[in-house]
Structures are given as structure tokens and as C-alpha cells.
Ligand binder design. Structure first.
Ligand SMILES: [Zn+2]
Length: 182
């Protein structure tokens, strides 16, 4: 049995500091995936806490509140669920942009879980964009537990959109939950 903190990124759809919205709506989808990941982790006998924030007053406030929720307890891993943007491929170019994972350092549980999630997502057809490291993400820098951030796929890529719709958020959540627990 392990403890996990999971959240969907940003404020809810339509509110200030909400996620990216294009073919897919980031805040709407990340919350569906998050809830299902929490449900699946609990079903496996783990303790999983939904640390999603829906009442932030700004982007900084959302991030601060997420970290406060995550830092209430010791956890094996904190997981942030996002959808990417920036492909601007509304027609579809037959290329799945795919999944990437961010962390401060690709070591230990972050590396193991990250690679497992990427491999599971690849089985569903989402291109493996790899584990990327950064020292510039507030969430990764302010969580006391080990933390990763998943960019599931792109909201503005027709190929990702089609695959996402075909696959459904439940299978994606299962790929993530199985990746977390191994
Ligand atoms: Zn995001």
C-alpha cells in the first residue's frame, strides 16, 4: 500500500487560470482522467488523494493551493495531469504528437514511473516524447514529495484529438494508474 497525490492542472474550464482549450479542453479532460486515476489506485488498495484545485484566484494562486494540498501528507509520488498545446495542427498530419513527462530530475521513482506511463501510453498509440527535466515549474519545485507532471497529449492536434476520442479517458487513466503502481 502506498500513498499518492493526484491532481488535474489549472482551474476549471471557463474560469480564470483555466487550462488550454482547443479541440480538447484541458481542464475538463484532466479532471476526468484524474478522478479515474484516483479511483483505480484506490481499487488497487492504495491511498490516493485528489488535490485538484477549483477555486484559484489566479494562476499563481492555483499552483500555491495545489502544493498546499499535496504537502499536507507524505506520499510516494505526486502526479500532475495536464494536456499539452502548441502543435496547432487542426487538419491532422497523420502524426500523433503524444505524451511527455516533466520532472526536476529523471531519477528514482520519477524515472521508473515516468517511463512506465510513457510505455503504457505508447501501447495506446500515443508517441513517446520522453521524460523532460526542468527547474522552472512551480509545482515541481514546491512539492515536498517526489513529483511528476504528465502532458497526456495535445489539445490542438487533430491526430491526438482523434486518438484521444477513440481511446477514451478511462483507458488513458488506466495507463497512468498502472504506470504509477507498476
Ligand atoms: Zn496545463
Amino acid at each position: 500500500m502506498a500513498v499518492y497525490n493526484i491532481h488535474g492542472g489549472h482551474n476549471p474550464s471557463g474560469k480564470i487560470a483555466c487550462g488550454a482549450s482547443d479541440l480538447l479542453d484541458e481542464s475538463r479532460e484532466d479532471r476526468k482522467i484524474c478522478k479515474e486515476v484516483v479511483r483505480l489506485l484506490k481499487k488497487k488498495g492504495h491511498k490516493a488523494y485528489n488535490c485538484t484545485v477549483s477555486n484559484g484566484t489566479s494562476q499563481t494562486d492555483v499552483l500555491r493551493k495545489i502544493c498546499t494540498k499535496c504537502n499536507k501528507r507524505q506520499a510516494a509520488l505526486d502526479v500532475s495531469i495536464h494536456l499539452n498545446s502548441g502543435r496547432n495542427d487542426h487538419k491532422g498530419d497523420k502524426k500523433i504528437a503524444g505524451t511527455e513527462i516533466w520532472c526536476t530530475q529523471s531519477v528514482g521513482i520519477k524515472k521508473t514511473v515516468g517511463n512506465r506511463i510513457l510505455a503504457n501510453m505508447k501501447k495506446l498509440g500515443f508517441t513517446n516524447r520522453g521524460i523532460k527535466t526542468t527547474g522552472n515549474l512551480y509545482y515541481l519545485n514546491h512539492t515536498i514529495n517526489k513529483a511528476i507532471l504528465i502532458e497526456v497529449c495535445f489539445v490542438d492536434d487533430k491526430d491526438d484529438y482523434d486518438l484521444y476520442k477513440k481511446t477514451g479517458y478511462k483507458k488513458i487513466a488506466k495507463a497512468i494508474a498502472d504506470g504509477i503502481t507498476g
